[in-house]
Design a protein around this ligand. Structure first.
Ligand code: SF4
Ligand code: SF4
Length: 414
């Protein structure tokens, strides 16, 4: 694609990056076929190729309007288009650059502005979010559906094993997950403990920064990245902790990007790159110990259970971890039912389900129909956002896959 970027952006790091991305796009349109919003809305501007055009226009100095913002807002940032693109166009990075400019040129007003402010200020603060979740659970039956959907029923998390192994890793507690489903990190700690790794959480780490970043507070997200690096670095530097385990693939994508986010910060660039390199999704960590896991599972025995697997976009398109969880579940004796259109987003996409409820709910209905077609009695996934979103639309239990492994290994109820 030919480009002529405007003076305001041409010689900036963002301008150079955007130019390089745009030049890779050959307009073939293969990406539109796998874009969930294009499939639902049928408008070229609600597909990746159309959005790339809109961003190109604004970078070339053309007018930016509310219509530009609307089409970019409707994008889930699911990155399915990146998995499809034969030219390696890094669409999500281009969208980040474009959205940041649109946000400055076309300010939001009224409810839209207020809703984004509340989400930006509430969700990333674990203590505030935890208190809100507690209050929400107390009056869950009285909440409007849109809020009730975000207040999962409390489940016991079970014990967290005491540190006893030479191998140690950090888990990111994050912001929403400890209040919504503390059972996920506890199950991870138990599974890793049986595999010879002690898991701990750094008390001063917090939100990964994804919420702020995707609500266009990119500087605020960088601040959260710096705080987490400060929390993890001493134990990483001394070798006491070998890496960071992500149990929410949405957070994993963000932390894996710290090196890129802070590349122009001389005080943090090197540490950020190292932290990103040492960050792994829990599936990658468990797969690294697959032999030991198999031996332990064989010793436990147990019958075959049918499960439906939903791979979050952040896992399959963002982290590009594909087929790993499926193999681990099969090794644990689960039978995965066939699920059509596994590449498509469930509609959760962070705060998208609150900000674009109509599209989000349509995508959820489609996803639940696909997941339910094989008759599985349980749905498994890998990201708290997807798990909560899907659970709100079905009576079939939706759990993190590591809880299923924990159930097999340690007998905790799913
Ligand atoms: S990120 Fe997802 S919703 Fe956005 S353009 Fe790409 S495929 Fe479509
Ligand atoms: S598939 Fe890639 S090269 Fe083709 S239009 Fe989409 S982004 Fe551009």
């Amino acid at each position: 694609m030919q480009t002529q970027l405007a003076d305001f952006i041409r010689n900036t790091p963002e301008g150079r990056e955007a130019d390089e991305i745009l030049r890779k796009c050959v307009h073939c349109g293969f990406c539109t076929a796998t874009c969930p919003t294009y499939q639902l809305l049928g408008d070229e501007l609600d597909g990746p190729r159309g959005r790339i055009y809109l961003i190109k226009q604004l970078l070339e100095g053309q007018d930016v309007t509310e219509k530009t913002r609307l089409h970019l807002d409707r994008c889930l940032t699911c990155r399915s288009c990146e998995s499809t693109c034969p030219s390696g166009v890094h669409y999500s990075r281009l969208a980040d650059i474009g959205r940041h400019i649109v946000e400055q040129r076309v300010p939001r007003r009224g409810l839209d502005q207020a809703a984004r402010w509340v989400l930006r200020e509430l969700v990333p603060r674990a203590s505030v979010f935890g208190a809100a979740m507690k209050a929400g659970r107390a009056v869950r039956g009285l909440l409007p559906t849109v809020l009730k959907d975000k207040v999962p029923v409390a489940r016991a998390s079970g014990p967290w094993p005491r540190p006893r192994h030479a191998r140690r890793m950090y888990a990111l507690a994050g912001c929403a997950q400890p209040a919504m489903a503390p059972s996920i990190n506890a199950a991870t700690a138990r599974v890793l403990d049986t595999l010879g790794i002690s898991l701990q959480e750094a008390p001063t780490a917090g939100c990964c920064g994804a919420v702020r970043f995707h609500l266009n507070d990119q500087d605020g997200a960088r601040g959260e990245a710096r705080r987490n690096i400060d929390a993890w670095w001493p134990a990483i530097e001394s070798g006491e902790v070998e890496g960071i385990v992500m149990t929410a693939s949405g957070c994993g994508v963000q932390v894996k990007d710290y090196g890129h986010l802070l590349q122009h910060d001389p005080a943090y660039a090197e540490r950020a790159a190292r932290i990103s390199a040492l960050t792994r999704d829990v599936a990658e960590v468990v797969a690294g110990e697959a032999g030991q896991l198999r031996a332990q599972l064989n010793a436990k025995g147990g019958g075959e259970t049918a499960v439906a697997w939903h791979a979050p976009c952040t896992l399959q398109h963002g982290l590009k971890v594909r087929g790993v969880v499926e193999q681990l579940l099969a090794a644990a004796g689960f039978r995965l039912t066939p699920v059509r259109d596994g590449h498509l987003c469930c509609g959760s996409a962070g705060t998208y389900s609150l900000l674009q409820p109509e599209i989000s709910h349509q995508l959820r209905d489609n996803k639940l129909a696909a997941l339910g077609a094989g008759g599985a009695g349980i749905i498994l996934s890998a990201n708290i956002g997807c798990i909560t979103h899907l659970q709100a639309g079905t009576s079939t239990p939706v759990r993190h896959w590591i809880e299923a492994i924990d159930a097999r290994l340690n007998g905790f109820p799913l």
